[in-house]
Design a protein around this ligand. Structure first.
Ligand SMILES: Cc1cc2nc3c(=O)[nH]c(=O)nc-3n(C[C@H](O)[C@H](O)[C@H](O)COP(=O)(O)OP(=O)(O)OC[C@H]3O[C@@H](n4cnc5c(N)ncnc54)[C@H](O)[C@@H]3O)c2cc1C
Length: 563
C-alpha cells in the first residue's frame, strides 16, 4: 500500500517550507520530499532577504497603490496582472501568519533596485535576525550552510551590524571582528560537535525558524527523496513517484502536490533550450547539482505550461581554484564588486556596456544584451587599480589588506587574475586594444572627477550609491583608476537561480498549455515563472514571492479540501 498524505510538497526551500507550514497550520497532514541530504535549498544558502511590497511591518507607509505603481513601472513585458496583485495583496497576511508563530522579519532601509522609478521605496526588503541554530537539536547540522562569503572566513557567523561594520571597516570594526571570533570559540558545547557556527544568519535565519515550526507541527521532511514523476488519475494529480538512493516508490496525496523544487540552473540542456545565449551550469552560485529541473520536466510531461524561462536571476560571478580541493574550481559572486569605485567593466572588444553600479540582475541583463549585439561578452572583464585592490573584494579575492598579492598562488596569475604596471600592458595581457582600454580608463577618471557618468549614468541613483564608498567624492560609485598596478579578472554571467518555470496563476495553481489549472497541482518559488516576469524589483525579489505563493498554495489546497 502506498503511503498517503493530504499534501506533498516537493522541495524544502523557502517556498516549500512556507507552503508546508501553512498547510499544516490549517490542519492538513503534510510531507516534504527533498532531494538533497540537507534542508533548505538555495534559500538556506542565500542572503535571506525577502522583498515584500505593502508588507505593513515596522510602521511602513507603503500601500497597495504605491507598490503597484512601482511594479508597473519596473515590469517590462507581459505578466499575469491578477497574479501580481495577489502577491501585493497577500504578503502582509503571510507575514502576520509568521509573526503569530514567532517568526519576525525586519524591514531594512535598502533602496529598491529601480530607485529612479515612481513608487520606489527603501523599506520593502525584509531580513530575519540572527537565530540560534542549536534550537533545532539533531537537525542543526542538516541545514544547508550559507554561501561561503556570508560568513567571516567561511566560518564565523555575523549579524547584520557586524557584517556591514566589518566589511566597510567602519568605526570599531577590529573590536567587532575580535568579538565575532571570540563568540564562536567560547561556544564550547558546539565546538565539541561541529565546526559550524550555532548562529544562523541570512538564509539560514529564514530556514531555521521555519524548520523549527515544521518540526513542532510534526511535518516530516524526507531527505534524499527525489521527485521523478507526477501521478495523474482521472485528470487529477493524486501523488508522486519518488526515488531514494535509486529505489523508486509511490506516495499518494489526497488534496494536492505543491512543486517548490527550485529552478533549473544546474541543467545544461534546459539552459540551452530556454536561454537566448549560451551559458554554463558552472557559473551559478547556487548549491551544486541541486536544482536540476526534474520537477519542471515531470510537470511538462503531464501537460503543464512554462513561462519567463529565458532568464536567470543574474548575479555576476568569477571562478577561481577551490581552496580545499586541487583540480576543482569554485564560484564566487562579484555582485557588488563590479560597481565599486576604482573598477570598470568592458566587453572583449574593450567597450563599456552597462552602468556597473546598477543591481546585479540588471548588470547580467546588460551582459546578455551586449553579448547578443557584439558576441564579445560572457565573460567580460572587470578592470581595477591598486586602490580598489587594497579596499574591496574582487570576487573571491579579498582586499589586499587581508589577501596580499604575495599570498595569491603563482599559478593563478595570468589565468584567474591579471596584473600589470600600466593599463596598456594589462590590455595586451587580456587581449584588448591598449588604446581603447586607456581611453575607457581616461573617461572613467573624468567622470569620477566630476561625479557624473555621461555614458551610462553610473552613480546617478541612490541604489548605485548605496553600495559605493562614502569616502569617495563627489560620487560614491565613481572612482578613478590611477594607481598602479592595474588588475583584471574575467566576469561570468552567474545567477542566483532561474526566473522562469511552470506557469502558475494567482492561486498558485499550475496551468496547462490551454491556460487551464491542472487539478491538484500547485507551485511556488523558482519552480514557477516569476510574478515579476523578467524583472527584479528589489533585494529579496525571489524569496519574497516564493514565500507568498507557497502560502497561497496552502490556503487554496485547504479551502478545496473542505469541499
Ligand atoms: C548566494 C545567494 C544569495 C542569495 N540571496 C538572496 C536574497 O537575499 N534574497 C532573495 O530573494 N534571493 C536570494 N537568492 C536567490 C534565492 O536563494 C532563490 O531564488 C530562492 O531561495 C529560491 O527558493 P525556492 O524555495 O524556490 O528554491 P530552493 O530554495 O532552491 O529550494 C528548492 C529545493 O528543491 C529541492 N529539489 C530540487 N529538485 C527536486 C526534486 N526532483 N525532488 C525533490 N526535491 C527537489 C532542492 O534540493 C532544494 O532544496 C540568493 C541566491 C544565492 C545563491
Amino acid at each position: 500500500m502506498a503511503e498517503t498524505y493530504d499534501v506533498i510538497v516537493v522541495g524544502s526551500g523557502a517556498a516549500g517550507m512556507t507552503a508546508a507550514l501553512r498547510a499544516a497550520d490549517l490542519g492538513l497532514r503534510v510531507l516534504i520530499v527533498e532531494k538533497a541530504h540537507k534542508y533548505g535549498g538555495t534559500s538556506a544558502t542565500s542572503g535571506g532577504v525577502a522583498w515584500i511590497a505593502n508588507h505593513g511591518l515596522g510602521g511602513t507607509t507603503d500601500t497597495r497603490e504605491e507598490s503597484l505603481t512601482y511594479l508597473d513601472a519596473v515590469i517590462q513585458g507581459p505578466i499575469n496582472r491578477t497574479r501580481l496583485e495577489a502577491y501585493v495583496d497577500t504578503g502582509r497576511e503571510m507575514l502576520q501568519f509568521l509573526v503569530r508563530l514567532g517568526i519576525n522579519f525586519i524591514p531594512m532601509p535598502w533602496p529598491d533596485y529601480f530607485a529612479e522609478l515612481p513608487g520606489s521605496r527603501a523599506d520593502r526588503s525584509l531580513v530575519m535576525p540572527m537565530w540560534d541554530g542549536r534550537r533545532l537539536g539533531d537537525k542543526f547540522p542538516l541545514v544547508r550552510e550559507q554561501f561561503p562569503r556570508f560568513k567571516l572566513f567561511n566560518r564565523y557567523a555575523m549579524n547584520l551590524e557586524e557584517t556591514f561594520t566589518i566589511a566597510a571597516r567602519g568605526k570599531g570594526w577590529k573590536r567587532m571582528l575580535a568579538g565575532v571570533i571570540t563568540r564562536y570559540w567560547k561556544d564550547r558545547t558546539t565546538r565539541k560537535i561541529t565546526r559550524r557556527d550555532r548562529w544562523f544568519t541570512s538564509g539560514n535565519a529564514v530556514i531555521g525558524p521555519l524548520l523549527e515550526q515544521l518540526t513542532s507541527k510534526n511535518v516530516e521532511i524526507r531527505l534524499e527523496t527525489k521527485l521523478d514523476e507526477l501521478i495523474v488519475e482521472h485528470g487529477k494529480i493524486t501523488g508522486v513517484n519518488v526515488s531514494r538512493f535509486g529505489t523508486a516508490h509511490k506516495i499518494s496525496a489526497r488534496h494536492g502536490v505543491v512543486i517548490c523544487a527550485g529552478g533549473f540552473e544546474w541543467n545544461q540542456e534546459l539552459r540551452d533550450r530556454f536561454y537566448p545565449v549560451k551559458t554554463s551550469i558552472w557559473w551559478t552560485s547556487t548549491p551544486q547539482g541541486a536544482n536540476t529541473g526534474e520537477a519542471l520536466l515531470a510537470a511538462e510531461k503531464i501537460g503543464a505550461a512554462t513561462e519567463h524561462t529565458e532568464e536567470g536571476w543574474w548575479a555576476p560571478t568569477m571562478i577561481m581554484p577551490s581552496a580545499s580541493a586541487s583540480n576543482f574550481e569554485e564560484v564566487h559572486q562579484a555582485v557588488f564588486d563590479v560597481g565599486r569605485p576604482g573598477a570598470v567593466c568592458v566587453n572583449r572588444n574593450g567597450d563599456r556596456f552597462v552602468n556597473e553600479s546598477c543591481s546585479y540582475d540588471r548588470f547580467g541583463a546588460g551582459m546578455v544584451a551586449d553579448h547578443k549585439a557584439t558576441g564579445a561578452n560572457l565573460p567580460c572583464w572587470m578592470v581595477f587599480d591598486a586602490v580598489f585592490r587594497a579596499k574591496f573584494t574582487a570576487g573571491g579575492f579579498l582586499p589586499a589588506a587581508i589577501m596580499s598579492d604575495k599570498s595569491i598562488p603563482i599559478d593563478w596569475w595570468d589565468h584567474y587574475i591579471f596584473k600589470s604596471e600600466t593599463v596598456a600592458d594589462l590590455a595586451k595581457k587580456i587581449q584588448l586594444d591598449p588604446e581603447k582600454l586607456i581611453d575607457v580608463v581616461r573617461r572613467i577618471n573624468e567622470y569620477a572627477a566630476h561625479g557624473m557618468d555621461t555614458e551610462f549614468g553610473r552613480g546617478s541613483t541612490i541604489y548605485d550609491q548605496a553600495f559605493g564608498d562614502p569616502t569617495c567624492k563627489p560620487n560614491p560609485a565613481l572612482g578613478p583608476l590611477q594607481k598602479a598596478p592595474f588588475y583584471a579578472i574575467p566576469i561570468h554571467l552567474g545567477d542566483l537561480g532561474t526566473k522562469g518555470g511552470l506557469k502558475a496563476d494567482a492561486r498558485a495553481r499550475v496551468l496547462d498549455r490551454n491556460d487551464q489549472p491542472i487539478a491538484g497541482l500547485y507551485a511556488a518559488g523558482n519552480a514557477t515563472g516569476s510574478p515579476f516576469g523578467l524583472n527584479y524589483p528589489g533585494a529579496g525579489g525571489t524569496i519574497g514571492p516564493a514565500m507568498v505563493f507557497g502560502y497561497i498554495a496552502a490556503n487554496e489546497i485547504a479551502a478545496r479540501a473542505k469541499n
